[in-house]
Design a protein. Sequence first.
Length: 162
Amino acid sequence: MERTAFQDQSFDCDCWGCGRRNDYGLGIKSYWSGDEAVCAWQPKEFHIAGPRNVLNGGIIATIIDCHSICTAVAAAYRGEGRAMDTDPPIRFVTGALNVSYLHPTAIDRPVTLRATILEAKPKKTVLRCSVNSNGKETARGEVVAVRVPPEWSDEDAGRRDP
């Protein structure tokens, strides 16, 4: 497995799930393990759902989304044969997110996410991501990641279509 997380190579953003500049965020870290991207993340006690021992479903959706988008970005850099800190920047946004909750996800132990690319085209990448806890798949998601132009930025994201 690679030693440097995708997020520490080029993701200079404030995203709540994966942004390294967000002190209040979830702070997920994603790494290549062959052609699969892996993330191990430890929920905190305040990430609860209704039952105090279960991880909130919205947080599960967020970590699936962020891990998958980061994987799409890393794969695009890898496909272009360049480092993730080179210009022009490669960015993706979520075009679709579908999450299936299979079993309750325990909050008191780490979760492991595994993302694989199902389809990669110049402007769209489709990924499948599984969430595992205590040796069991507890959730599964499919994400459509849409590539946006290099000049796209946080400042004008709400004013212009990707």
